[in-house]
Unconditional design. Sequence first.
Length: 632
Amino acid sequence: MNKTLLRQFLALFLLLCMLCGTTLPISAEVSTGEMMPTETSVPVSTPENATSDGGTEKADSSGTSSLPSATAETALSEAAQAFVDAVAALDSEGILTAINDWGLASQAWQADQSNAELTAALETATEASDAAAAPVYAAEDLYLALSDEEREIDAVKAAYSSLTALVISMQLAMQNPVAPGDGGNEPDLEEIATVLYGDLPDAPTGSYIGEYGLPVATGDTKISISAWKHDLLDASSKGRLDADALNETNAVMTAEKQDGTDYAIVPIAVQVEYPANGATTTVTLPDSVELLSYTSTAENLVVASEKERTQILDTSYKDTSASASGFYVKATEDFSVTFTYSAPDGTTINKKLDVSINGSAEAAVLPTSNSNGVSTYANTPTPPFTTGKITKIEYVVSTWLVWFNGVEAYCCDNGLYAAPGGCPTYSFAYVSTLGADQYVPGNHYANQINIWGGLNQLSLGLLSKSHDVNDFAGSSFAASATTTYSTTSNDVLKTAYEYYNDTQLWIIEHYPNSVAAQTYLNSISALSGENVVTPYVNPGDNGYYTYAYFPPAGYNWQRIVVVDLNPISDDDDTSGLPDVPEMQYYSADWTAPPQSASGSFDLTYTVHIDKSAKLGASRREAAALYPGKFNP
């Protein structure tokens, strides 16, 4: 994979930001590994991980990261520990302040390039931003020096994820700097809960600002382990967590043996509501049962590999307010399974599920193989699955993320439903391609916010208006946003008002420094015709294959796309494939049916940096390097 180095990424932005108003996320390997909790005999308790006044808990004023340390089983090498420590020591707040100041100085200079004072101010801001960003580049160097094995350690993955989030925020701060004192009017907890967390069974008791600049709700932690219910949900279904299961002390279920066999297939679901940041969970199965791979079908049972077993049974939580997942086990006799939650403060919660194998229950049904087979174009890969289900969801910094058959996946239909509970069996639909300028592997959250958006949706006729632009002047959004975004043109704010739904406008208004708000404005700037540029893409980058999976006809569920992380080869003939999945756009305001006409509208360009780009180049240096191209 062609990696985009952090310093190269920021360097090219310095060279092109006068031209480019699009979002440029870096390539990153976001953590998919999990932290193994230490089992204890602490009595069951419900931890409180919110602020005492029920308000919004601010991030540590030092701006430093809170990262998990290695356990005895995953002791870090000296080099790996140095990387983790370097990321933990980063002063995120100070770095972003310096980058934001550079953005303001740059905008002022662009408006009056002959002004000597503004030119001097830009040079000073450039020096300050370079100095502030130097520890970020140093941390990157430490990461690049690690071995592949060291990069797979949980603590290293978590540190790299934090580094990635910081760099994305740095880049966005360059593009949409916020004037001093224009940080938005922060809502109280009740408003945060109503706008962002109304989908959860229990109201939050507090919140803190997460890595991506939005409030992460906290509350009384609840967990559950129960039967994974496959009863299909109707259009009136609300919420994605089973509130009854969360409130059970311990659960029981029965399972029928498969016809003509001596074993039962047992579907099990686990849930967590309001896990503490950095908490972990683990499922403990008895030796008498076999954990099945998500590749299993009714015709072919596959035992989970050690890697998949870890991914299914062990989970860590970062900026997460809720999670639900399901899995299957093969059992020949009665058994019990335990679900253990471990918080960073040492608190644990344990719940047990007792499973009875008898003839009075209904036998579980695994997805069947696609009877129609899989048809792909010549020289294109075969999809990883022919059928499957949504096996996991997480509510991370106000957005639901999904996994399909245990693999990170993306929702493509505005307003439709997706969850493990009641999920129908999906079938493979087709292969499409995704340009290198549309997607960068590594950050599930950022890609879900950005994917299938912006101008592509406009060209496909899938972008809907949410508000009458004539109402903009008298709206509360205009009253607040025109002050908060004093350096943003009124036309951009009008267009944002016209296309974005109320939740997205609320995020833009109140959290201008968040990744979501700044991404939305970047996209709208492109739609408004401001600073539109065709991004540079390395000619050797051919993009990625995507595999689309559809629910049964008539079911009002999300269509799902899985991205193949192996880049398209130069030898592949993709001329007959769609260049984007033919889907409706993703909604950051992902509400239950019925479908809403509104949703997110995002545009992401990925820029692969020219190796010759100079870090910290000033505007005048950039003009000299790229004569005739670097124009306001």
